[in-house]
Design a protein around this ligand. Structure first.
Ligand SMILES: Cc1cc2nc3c(=O)[nH]c(=O)nc-3n(C[C@H](O)[C@H](O)[C@H](O)COP(=O)(O)OP(=O)(O)OC[C@H]3O[C@@H](n4cnc5c(N)ncnc54)[C@H](O)[C@@H]3O)c2cc1C
Length: 388
């Protein structure tokens, strides 16, 4: 396996690094304090071609491979998890899902606008009573003439307040669970413009810990009508659509976590070189050196796992297990790195004078969304054992 970057992968990495370090990182603290991301950043991402990066050129994209996309997420994650999260949902969960499952008409209608950023996308799966157990969703889609009438509630929807287009999952045949014993059988995915009557949204209440600059919404569907042509994938294929999208999204989260771990390492090395106690730099103390070495080993291992999963996707191989391993390891490595980074910065690590306290708060989100660390372990074990 050769991980030497191709010329086009290096180009994407340089572009994303320059944007992340020059434009995102200097704003990260202010965005965290204000609790929002400026529109201008999203516009710049569109102009630079990041939002449509992995879309084929015929749909206005840059034709990136999976490795290029992972490199872009790594660089964004190194600067700010809210910005990286915005792009992962918009690009990996929404655009790539439409590319994989959409009709030609849906692709042509939505993908160029999503690539230009004139449409922003969100992915509506999680409900108050259905998170890890997504197939247990209670939102319903009832056929009425040529339309589906959707009722239900979604929570924690990233980009949900500002999105123009939502992928909405709802059950069109709740009795299928009783008939077949498989509760995901009736689930459908719909492409819904967010100005559709009956689509109501409000800011997600109570989000304090991290991802403060992200937009998270609580969404209600009240007799919202979607024509049968809004189905993404076939009737009853919604759960497959949801899981396939998460396979791609998880690689984005893994790469973002790798970026956070790298940012922790960078901050710790800088601090260990400059902070002096007992008449010498703290980097001279063996316990500090051990912490740096542990973070560096975690960063390298996470990077290899993330690049392997991306490489497998680029070979057209099934990479569910490897993607879950990358997400599990990279997020836990970044949690360890952020934990050490706050300690290593002493009291300064506890203040927002340094970015490590933001890394520490943000990284917990990556361990939870797109399948918690427990769920990744279940996916990995299932791939090892097979189904009985
Ligand atoms: C910042 C943020 C952004 C998000 N963005 C989105 C989004 O854009 N779209 C969207 O649809 N959702 C989004 N989510 C929701 C997220 O995907 C869910 O929170 C996540 O899947 C977990 O679901 P839950 O919160 O209901 O927890 P639960 O499923 O209730 O889990 C509670 C605990 O039980 C554990 N658990 C559950 N089942 C098992 C099991 N079988 N074995 C062992 N342990 C288990 C879990 O790992 C967890 O520790 C977001 C969440 C956050 C925090």
């Amino acid at each position: 396996m050769d991980f030497t970057l191709t010329a086009s992968q290096s180009e994407v990495q340089s572009l994303a690094r320059a944007f992340a370090q020059n434009r995102v990182a200097p704003l990260a603290r202010e965005m965290d304090e204000r609790g929002e991301m400026p529109l201008s950043l999203r516009q710049e991402m569109a102009v630079l071609g990041l939002l449509g990066g992995p879309m084929p050129k015929e749909y206005g994209g840059g034709g990136w491979d999976a490795a290029s996309l992972a490199l872009c997420y790594e660089e964004l994650g190194r600067a700010d998890s809210s910005v990286r999260g915005f792009m992962t949902v918009h690009t990996s969960l929404v655009s790539q899902c439409i590319l994989q499952w959409g009709s030609e008409e849906q692709r042509q209608t939505y993908l160029p606008q999503l690539a230009r950023g004139s449409l922003i996308g969100c992915y509506c799966l999680t409900e108050p009573n259905a998170g890890s157990d997504a197939a247990g969703m209670e939102s319903t889609a009832t056929l009425d003439g040529d339309d589906y009438v959707i009722n239900g509630e979604k929570i924690w929807i990233t980009n949900g307040g500002l999105a123009h287009l939502a992928i909405v999952f709802a059950n069109a045949d709740p009795s299928a669970a009783l008939r077949t014993g498989r509760k995901h059988k009736g689930i459908c995915a719909f492409l819904v413009p967010t100005d559709t009557p009956g689509f109501h949204r409000e800011k997600m209440p109570g989000k304090e810990l991290g991802h403060r600059a992200s937009d998270h919404a609580h969404i209600l569907f009240e007799n919202m009508r979607a024509p049968a042509t809004a189905l993404l994938g076939g009737r009853g294929e919604g759960f497959k659509v949801a899981m396939a999208a998460l396979d791609g999204g998880r690689l984005g989260v893994a790469a973002g976590a790798l970026g956070v771990a790298q940012a922790c390492l960078d901050a710790c090395v800088d601090f260990a070189r400059t902070r002096r106690q007992f008449g010498q730099r703290i980097g001279n103390f063996e316990m500090i050196q051990a912490a740096l070495a542990d973070i560096a080993a975690d960063v390298d291992a996470a990077r290899l796992l993330v690049y392997r999963a991306a490489w497998l996707r680029d070979q057209g191989a099934k990479a569910t297990r490897e993607t879950s391993i990358a997400k599990l390891f990279a997020t836990e490595a970044a949690v360890r790195a952020a934990n050490q980074a706050v300690l290593l910065h002493g009291g300064r690590g506890y203040s927002n004078e340094y970015p490590v306290e933001r890394y520490y708060r943000d990284i917990k989100g990556l361990q939870i969304y797109e399948g918690t660390a427990h769920i990744q372990r279940i996916v990995i074990a299932r791939e090892l054992l097979g189904r009985e």
